[in-house]
Write a protein of this length. Structure first.
Length: 441
């Protein structure tokens, strides 16, 4: 018989129904005497404002001091990982891009690298496709950090920086739309390469962005770094040293802001990052201020990487040559959106019956992936994004599981919040930069 400590149950005509009560909330409240203990238990969330998504925090307060903090996740659960088991390997890109919706290119690239490793074609990915992946990831890293800066500024009272951060992010989303046809949720990076080449118009927009963005970063620092309220709300707030980060599995800018220069692009390179010139910014203090400094510095390093990638783009194919894997598409962006060009469809239809059958089977059924399992990790804006992919030899994944940095990093919130003020829970939580779409996939 199924029982639950957290859900009452009753029988209905359809079977046993459980009513979820919200963890051990009732137990916590019943054990508290607010008059004698001078202690109250409050919910922060799961509404969106100030929690960077539908995150629920159960806070035990003594006055304005947080005595205990508990994170409750799952309110944005989408079942994406399970859905992948019912779609072919290429269709998986369309699902994973929607997890961490602020870093879709990273979700796609991690997935594509894992599938390519299972297929044994990692070394067959063309130079142009790999360079485009680096270009897109670094642009995406900048846009993600801009959203962090904008939303964190808003939560700490700096409304102007919220407007400016989203304004500059529009530059990048416009570039993404020019390249992929979509501002977000692109399904652009696919097993074997990328969906289509980068048009000349996008290169022009990227070079314009590279010219404008350094000036904007200087404006951000002029606006915030010397501002007394900003420094008061960030310096010495929500401190988590390097020992705590390592113990809790925290990675990304939060770990680097505690002084450890751990960046998978340097320590475990992929996509040719070892051939690029860039630094790994760190900060010694491990507080909200340090995380702010590290992310601004990372935007500057990403700008350097984008410029190098643009300069490296050489003419060539953007998909592997193996026609049993390469997605059979020559995409064209027009007024009606994105899809196979009419010339390409006519060519397939007119070649031979075998060509048409191959096209039909590859699109509807997909390619087969040899049985096995792999783990691939990349450096996403929030930290180590790992993909564990398992194949049973079929045309669909047997299992795909993501090691999502938002989910792991949220473990650190109680360590950062307990003993501090309730106002600093906002600053500390924001400095982790959680995206609940990735956490609750």
């Amino acid at each position: 018989m199924t029982t639950s400590n957290y859900a009452s149950e009753h029988e209905t005509e359809e079977g046993r129904v459980f009513t979820v009560t919200g963890g051990d909330w009732d137990t916590i409240v019943s054990g508290t005497d607010p008059i004698n203990d001078e202690r109250i238990v409050v919910n922060m969330g799961p509404q969106h404002p100030s929690t960077h998504g539908v995150l629920r925090l159960i806070l035990e307060l003594e006055g304005e001091t947080v005595r205990e903090a508990r994170s409750v996740v799952g309110y944005l659960h989408t079942g994406i990982e399970k859905n992948l088991e019912y779609r072919n390997w290429v269709q998986g890109s369309t699902f994973v891009t929607r997890m961490d919706y602020l870093a879709p290119i990273f979700n796609e690239t991690g997935y594509a690298l894992a599938v390519e490793k299972l297929l044994g074609i990692t070394d067959d990915i063309t130079e142009r496709a790999t360079t485009i992946r680096v270009l897109m990831m670094e642009l995406n890293r900048i846009s993600s950090h801009l959203v962090w800066l904008a939303t964190t500024g808003m939560e700490l009272g700096a409304i102007s920086i919220m407007l400016y951060g989203f304004r500059e992010r529009e530059y990048i989303l416009d570039i993404f739309e020019t390249i992929t046809g979509l501002r977000m949720n692109h399904a652009y990076v696919r097993p074997g390469g990328v969906a289509q080449d980068v048009p000349d118009d996008a290169i022009r927009k990227i070079r314009e962005f590279l010219r404008v963005m350094p000036k904007k970063l200087k404006e951000y620092e002029d606006l915030l770094s010397g501002q007394p309220i900003w420094t008061e709300r960030t310096k010495g707030v929500a401190v988590l040293d390097v020992t705590g980060c390592v113990a809790l599995g925290v990675t990304g800018p939060v770990l680097r802001s505690a002084g450890l220069a751990w960046d998978l692009r340097k320590t475990m390179p992929y996509c040719g990052y070892e051939t690029y010139e860039f630094d790994v910014p760190t900060h010694p203090d491990g507080d909200v201020w340090g995380r702010y400094q590290v992310r601004l510095a990372e935007i500057r390093e990403s700008l350097k990487l984008v410029e190098q990638a643009v300069d490296r783009l050489k003419p060539g194919p953007v998909m592997v040559a193996d026609r049993k894997i390469a997605w059979p598409a020559q995409l064209a962006i027009g007024v009606d959106g994105m899809g196979n060009s009419l010339e390409h469809v006519a060519k397939i239809m007119g070649q031979s019956m075998e060509s048409l059958i191959h096209h039909f089977k590859l699109v509807t059924e997909g390619f087969r992936v040899p049985p096995g399992q792999v783990y691939v990790a990349i450096e996403a804006p929030r930290g180590e994004l790992g993909v564990h992919a398992v194949s049973d030899g079929g045309t669909r994944p047997y299992r795909v599981h993501y090691r999502e940095p938002s989910f792991v990093n949220l473990q650190a919130l109680p360590a950062m919040a307990e003993g501090g003020l309730i106002a600093d829970v906002i600053a500390g939580g924001a400095s982790l930069d959680p995206v609940m779409g990735g956490c609750d996939r």
